[in-house]
Design a protein around this ligand. Structure first.
Ligand code: ADP
Length: 443
């Protein structure tokens, strides 16, 4: 360690004064003690020799003391640096843990790969979805994980060209299930050390897999819905067009015999169109969140209001409608409740054979009020029951149309119950009748 006078601290000079005073007394004492007689004759020379010796020794000692001070401060410096490094390491570990927790909480699967496709990091979602067995220990390259060309093209393209890539892919998961993903791959860059200019090279790529299965499903339902609506509208419209053309030709030819038949066919189809449009409007209002105004409704009163106008139709098929009111009141929107009752009782009248029986029953459960519409009709095949509440689903398309059905009645029932916080279900067996059950929350 070098010590120059210019850098010596003030305390060095203070100590020097003390040491020199000590050296002075020591030189004097030793001179007297050692030299004795000779000192009496040559006092100056001996004193100066000893004084010089002590001075050199004291300065050397002082320098050593100061050097050891430097060692102390160096040691302190190292300790401080060590504690700073430890603090930084702790902060880094914490950051890493936070990042891992964040990545783990993200529902999208994320993977970052190096320049040759080796995984650098990935979140737990990625490992669960695409990792497979021993993923953590094996760490296979992206080309081994995915076979889908679109996925590989996106990663390879981003690595090769250094530009972001996107793809929409259908991937089979380990469970065998298929899901749709929108994949975004962005390149990762690293500064080139050899060049002074700000040049970068692609060091890897990060890919994010967004699950768009539900979106695709909604899109498919929407496309199917539009196709179904168009089909449902086209059938009565075609009939109206045909019958009105016939009426027009008959009118031109002054023929009248078929006019009555054609006009009643036109009326029937217009009615069908109107009920279809009405059902569509109801469904769309329910789906778009139109307000449900719940109040206490008298079950006997509302059931009678619905059943009375339908009695004539039931009688024409020699059917009997029975009612039972074990629950006196229900907390519901009266208008919507009327719609539920109408759809279920009308369906029963439509699909139950001549002479059949229909029963409307209200009862209390622990946390709900239950409405059941039961019949002893033909029943519904088991495989159709799960789809019965879907829009436009019919067990027997021709029969439903012939009966003037729109295929939307049960979908409306399901939506009304959902909006009430309740549920609707069906239990049926072919040849043994059907029971529709609607549960309204008690309050
Ligand atoms: P639709 O206008 O065709 O009646 P819904 O949505 O009301 O449409 O009913 C869907 C289908 O459920 C009907 O087409 C019919 O096949 C079946 N269905 C409904 N109620 C009954 C019932 N009580 N008995 C037998 N089948 C029924």
């Amino acid at each position: 360690m070098k010590v120059s006078v210019g850098r010596l601290p003030f305390r060095f000079f203070v100590r020097l004064v003390f040491f020199q005073t000590g050296a002075l007394f020591a030189a004097y004492g030793l001179s007297v003690g050692l030299a004795g007689e000779w000192f009496v004759n040559h006092p100056g020379i001996l004193f100066l020799v000893l004084m010089g010796f002590f001075s050199v020794v004291s300065v050397l000692m002082l320098l050593r003391i100061d050097q050891s001070d430097d060692w102390v401060s160096l040691e302190q410096g190292i300790q401080q640096a060590e504690s700073e490094v430890a603090q930084k390491a702790q902060a880094l570990t914490r950051e890493h843990e936070e990042l891992e927790a964040l990545m783990g909480a993200i529902s999208e699967a994320i993977v970052a790969v190096g320049a040759s496709g080796e995984p650098l990091f990935f979140n737990s979602r990625f490992a669960v979805l695409f990792g497979g067995k021993d993923f953590e220990s094996r760490r296979p390259r992206i080309g081994e994980i995915f076979r889908a060309p679109d996925v590989l093209d996106a990663f390879n393209g981003a690595l090769r060209e250094g530009t972001p890539k996107t793809a929409e892919v259908r991937l089979a998961l380990g469970t065998g299930a298929e899901r749709f993903y929108s994949l975004s791959v962005a390149p990762l860059f690293r500064a080139l050390e050899s060049t002074s200019a700000n040049r970068e090279e692609v060091s890897g790529a990060i890919g994010v897999f967004y699950d768009i299965t539900e979106l695709k499903r909604a899109e498919r339902i929407r496309i199917e819905f539009v196709a179904n609506v168009s089909h449902e509208l086209r059938t009565p419209l075609t009939a109206i067009k045909g019958f009105s053309d016939t009426v027009a030709q008959d009118f031109a030819a002054a023929r009248t015999e078929d006019v009555g038949f054609c006009l009643s066919a036109i009326q029937r189809n217009v009615d069908r169109l109107m009920s279809l449009v009405q059902d569509l409007l109801d469904l769309s209002a329910l789906e778009s969140g139109v307000a449900i105004e719940k109040q206490w409704v008298d079950t006997a009163e509302i059931t009678t209001r619905v059943v009375s106008p339908l009695q004539a139709l039931a009688k024409s098929k020699n059917q009997e409608i029975k009612t039972e009111f074990l629950a006196k009141q229900v907390f519901a929107d009266p208008g919507r409740l009327e719609q539920v009752l109408t759809n279920l009782i009308q369906n029963a009248i439509k699909y139950v054979q001549v002479g059949g029986e229909i029963k409307v029953q209200w009862e209390h459960l622990e946390k709900s009020v239950r409405l059941s519409v039961l019949d002893n009709g033909p029943g519904i095949p088991h495989e159709s029951q799960a789809r019965l509440f879907e829009r436009f689903y019919r067990v027997d398309k021709a029969r439903s149309r012939e009966q003037g059905g729109t295929g939307l009645g049960l979908a409306i029932v399901k939506h009304i119950l959902q909006r009430h916080g309740g549920s609707a279900r069906v239990e049926s067996a072919p040849g043994k009748g059907t029971q529709f059950t609607c549960e309204f929350p008690s309050r």
